[in-house]
Design a protein around this ligand. Structure first.
Ligand SMILES: Nc1ncnc2c1ncn2[C@@H]1O[C@H](COP(=O)(O)OP(=O)(O)O)[C@@H](O)[C@H]1O
Ligand SMILES: [Mg+2]
Length: 494
């Protein structure tokens, strides 16, 4: 068993509390998903479980962690990628790991290749193999599903499901969460990131999302009702108070008995008022949810049906002198929504950049995979979205998307990937772009924010050309899915 008792994680310097009084046990057969918005401490928690000292430079850790078994840990970022595969497995005999290479269907050919020459899928498989070589009872996996193509995602799902021990894993992929998790840990930062909250649920992901929404709706209803009733009562109360007050001020000294009566009445009115105030203290808090809300795209954005937006013919798609694909043809008319899929390294982002440069429209919004391509990392969000107009409106939008004032003013380069993605979205909304070219638009959002992003993109009236591995996004937002491989772009059934 892996047991955590009363764990507290506090950031040095700012004293922000990431986790407070967290207790949890991971058992055999558990497949627990750890979910949160970015920066709430998922990676920090996993690192702490493995080795408290690893986080010592930025966290104050108190509480107990007991592990009586072998725990394998897959970090969010693979280090030392210059080393060769042979070096990566240097503590093992060839036959030990090659057995898994065959089982996991990876064909490496040359074991002297550096790790960074492998595809995202191959890298994950290699890391998992190295963990399995220790015969672990528990696995901690930090975002293993990032940057995987759909085939490898499906492989990962079956790996998680068939592993006999317990797994605690971080993932943003909702389909993977739905298919694998039998429990959820949700870490939140409420009230503008000042109040930590965590909750543990013995539920699958779909049931959790449903339960959470129901609870939110119910609490919101009760909280609003309490406040409405209070307002009504207080209005009546004020009227009565004024009446008694008025009566008191007009009464003559010749009528002491009415005076006494009014005094008594006043006392009782005031005590009723005090009771209302006390009741108010027990009101349910207006529920706070941390998920992203993306500003709505303007309904006025419009692309006429049948208008040609792209007529692309490429004999060859190349990177450097490497030919990735041949005979690519893509004709796009009207407000279509297209999703492009393909294996890691098939050239999707390169193709998307060419597509962006060939769109026939002067209002194209572009979200690259690497945000530095378009975001000016030294500017603050407000100035980037528009240098001089409507600062108040932009601030209002950013506030609705859960930016704190400090985050609105700090250089974009200091913000998290999720926040940078929101800024790019907001710019497209603000610029009223009619064609959006998006490279993995959902990849930096938490699984609970993603439904909001999909909703906004689904309701968008213009044209979208995107690359994605997010199966929910492809299904719900895209009208058409195209697969890129060396033979070109071919439509696939959704
Ligand atoms: N090595 C580090 N040094 C300083 N601060 C860090 C470091 N790693 C993470 N943090 C901070 O700790 C908080 C939690 O981060 P992290 O655990 O990476 O969150 P998550 O994995 O949920 O995105 C964030 O505020 C982050 O900026
Ligand atoms: Mg992380």
């Amino acid at each position: 068993m892996l047991q955590i008792n009363n764990l507290n994680l506090i950031k040095r310097g700012t004293n922000q509390i990431l986790l407070q009084d967290f207790s949890f046990a991971l058992n055999k057969g558990d497949k627990i998903a750890l979910i949160s918005e970015e920066g709430n401490g998922k990676s920090s928690l996993l690192k702490t479980i493995i080795n408290k000292e690893a986080v010592d430079d930025y966290l104050i850790v108190t509480g107990d962690i007991t592990t009586s078994h072998i725990v394998g840990y897959l970090p969010q970022f693979l280090e030392n990628q210059e080393q060769s595969i042979q070096t990566y497995f240097k503590n093992y005999q060839d036959y030990e790991f090659i057995k898994y290479f065959n089982e996991f269907k990876i064909d490496i050919m040359d074991y002297n290749r550096p790790l960074n020459s492998l595809s995202g899928g191959e890298k994950i498989k290699l890391q998992i193999i190295k963990l399995l070589l220790k015969d672990p009872d528990f696995l901690l996996l930090d975002e293993p599903s990032n940057d995987l193509d759909i085939e490898t995602l499906e492989w990962l799902e079956s790996f998680i499901n068939s592993f006999e021990g317990g797994i605690l894993f971080v993932s943003h992929d909702e389909v993977l969460l739905e298919n694998c998790a039998n429990g959820i840990i949700h870490i939140e930062q409420l009230i503008k990131k000042t109040k930590p909250k965590h909750s543990i649920h013995k539920l699958d992901y779909k049931s959790y999302v449903l339960k959470r929404q129901e609870l939110y709706d119910r609490n919101m209803m009760i909280a609003s009702k309490q406040r409405e009733d209070y307002k009504e009562k207080m209005e009546k109360y004020t009227q009565i108070l004024q009446k008694v007050h008025h009566a008191q001020s007009t009464i003559t000294r010749q009528d002491p008995s009415t005076g006494r009566l009014l005094k008594k009445k006043m006392r009782s009115v005031i005590s009723t008022g005090k009771r209302f105030e006390r009741e108010k203290e027990d009101f349910l808090e207006i529920p706070d949810q941390e998920e992203s809300i993306i500003a709505k795209f303007e309904a006025s954005v419009n692309v006429p049906q049948g208008k040609t937006l792209l007529d692309l013919k490429l004999d060859k798609l190349t990177i450097g002198n490497k030919v990735l694909s041949n005979d690519i043809e893509l004709l796009i008319k009207g407000p279509t929504k297209i999703g492009i899929i393909g294996q890691n390294g098939s050239g999707k982002s390169t193709l998307l950049r060419i597509i962006k440069d060939n769109i026939i429209s002067d209002s194209v919004g572009y979200m690259p995979q690497n945000y530095q391509e378009t975001l000016d990392m030294n500017l603050d969000a407000v100035s980037f979205i528009h240098p001089y107009q409507d600062k108040t409106l932009i601030r209002k939008f950013l506030g609705a998307m859960k930016f704190t004032h400090q985050e609105m003013e700090s250089p974009i380069g200091n913000l998290s990937g999720g926040q940078q993605a929101k800024i790019l979205f907001l710019k497209m909304v603000y610029d009223k772009n009619d064609v959006l070219v998006l490279d993995e638009p959902t990849r930096n959002f938490s699984p609970l924010s993603n439904p909001e992003i999909r909703k906004a993109l689904k309701e968008f009236n213009g044209c979208i050309i995107s690359v994605s591995h997010d199966r929910k996004y492809l299904k719900e937002v895209c009208d058409k899915v195209l697969n890129l491989d060396k033979n070109g772009l071919v439509s696939v059934l959704k």
